[in-house]
Ligand binder design. Structure first.
Ligand code: GLN
Length: 451
């Protein structure tokens, strides 16, 4: 199985993989074979998977899509990687992503954009564009990804695959290169909800090395997959169907909602009134946390160091000027600004207050429904390059995913059709499912019944 996937990866021109080491992969595959023969296998033993290059790995470089970490090899494995290794999965390599997971199109990767396998002139989405493209093109049956403001759901949607962002604190952040620590959450991507459930079984769980990891007992996320949906109340937020939603995306999402009605669910009109504010709130909080997290890249401890410098401060400046790309620099500047004396109250504190109100809106909505459904993105995948010079256009496309992240809720994207608006009608549309805290098993059940 590992050889089959390695062969496909060798032939692919999508730029989904950044680091492959066939020898190391085949070594792991041999060990898995021995384990299977020995009879102590798990459901995932011998299954090849690939990791977003934001999870540190021994053996493979860990770059976070940045020049800053171009040649960085971690001396330890992220908890997520450790847990998969313990389950016996075989690592195929590391997957491309936007630099430090900042982006919505994968065009911010220092190593170049990833192509959407459905239409190679389109973006795959981001920041986990490599993960989504790899699953869609059958370059891996399962992959890890991370979601800070949509980076699992949005690329899954644009590449027509399934992805779940668990409740904040479910999946360990230890060894996950930090972007915005109060939002970052790892999760799996695969073809189906059932596969995601199997992957999440290995991936999620309490970790004392992550201070925000939630001390709850491990769960079997496959346990409810086959439960019937009779009586399920689906909240449909008005604000997710307003101006700005492309007609082809709306049609595919509404058709999926109809299917759910046939499966025994009822639709409930709900309101998430602060949806629009999620964009300014997220783009204050995430850069603030990023500016702090990225201060560790100073040329002293790890990664890139500038060659010619006069003194220590010159070394810092040159190293960071050379090592970071434009979007990362933009966010460090915004973040440092909103945290600075005199502006902190006006921007950062204010954003934190609205963040709380956004979370309260969801709790209000969950009084009258069991799950919330809507689009993941306002449009299908756009053309490579179309918004590359327009950061705000990229930010606006995150409108339907940011508030879930700000509230720390679990969210999913499942494929629900194709758009009509592009040249050849081949660009996928995703349906978003948002659950209340710790309702991952229910989300996976609801997704599985549709698939
Ligand atoms: N597109 C959002 C951003 O650029 C979300 C990225 C993410 O979830 N990592 O920050």
């Amino acid at each position: 199985l590992a050889s089959l996937y390695l062969g496909r990866i060798r032939q692919s021109d999508l730029n989904a993989y950044l680091h492959v080491d066939e020898e190391l992969t085949l070594q792991q595959a041999k060990a898995a074979d021995a384990r299977l023969a020995g009879g102590d296998a798990t459901a995932l033993t011998g299954i090849p998977i690939a990791h977003k290059d934001i999870f540190v790995t021994r053996g493979w470089r860990s770059t976070a899509g940045s020049k800053m970490l171009e040649n960085y090899v971690s001396p330890f494995d992220a908890t997520v990687v450790e847990r998969f290794n313990a389950a016996g999965t075989v690592t195929l390599g590391k997957l491309n992503c936007d630099e430090f997971a900042m982006g919505s199109s994968n065009e911010n990767s220092y190593f170049g954009a990833v192509k959407n396998p459905w239409d190679k002139t389109a973006i795959p989405g981001g920041s986990s564009g490599g993960s989504a493209a790899a699953i869609a093109a059958r370059l891996a049956p399962g992959a890890t990804a991370t979601d800070t403001g949509g980076s699992i759901r949005q690329p899954a949607s644009l590449c027509g695959v399934t992805g779940i962002k668990p409740t904040y604190g479910r999946v360990s952040r230890f060894g996950m290169i930090a972007f915005a620590s109060s939002l970052d959450q790892g999760g799996p991507m695969a073809q189906t909800a059932e596969d995601c459930a199997l992957l999440l079984n290995a991936m999620a769980g309490f970790d004392e090395r992550d201070s925000t990891s939630i001390p709850r007992a491990d769960e079997d996320y496959t346990r409810d997959l086959n439960a019937p949906l009779t009586g399920l109340r689906i909240g449909v937020p008005r604000e997710y169907f307003g101006a700005g939603l492309a007609a082809d995306v709306e049609a595919a999402v509404r058709a999926a909602l109809k299917e759910y009605e046939k499966l025994g669910a009822t639709l409930v009109d709900i309101s998430l009134p602060k949806t629009e504010l999620s964009i300014p709130v997220y783009y204050v909080i995430a850069p603030a946390e990023a500016s702090s997290n990225l201060s560790r890249f100073d040329g002293v401890r790890y990664g890139h160091r500038a060659k010619d410098y006069k003194d220590l401060s010159d070394m810092y400046c040159k190293t960071r000027a050379e090592g970071f790309g434009d979007e990362v620099k933009r966010r460090i500047l915004v973040g440092a600004y909103v945290l600075s004396h005199g502006y902190y109250d006006a921007y950062y504190l204010q954003a934190q207050k609205i963040r709380r109100l956004i979370a309260q809106d969801f709790q209000q909505a969950f009084q009258s429904c069991d799950v919330i459904m809507g689009p993941v993105t306002p449009t299908v995948a756009w053309d490579l390059g179309a918004k590359a010079d327009d950061p705000v256009a990229n930010y606006l496309a995150d409108i339907f995913t940011l508030s879930t992240s700000l509230a720390g809720l679990p969210g999913m994207s499942i494929p629900c059709g194709f758009g009509a608006g592009d040249k050849n009608g081949k660009r996928p549309v995703g349906l978003q499912l948002i659950g209340n805290y710790f309702n991952e098993a229910k989300l996976l059940n609801i997704a599985h019944q549709y698939q």
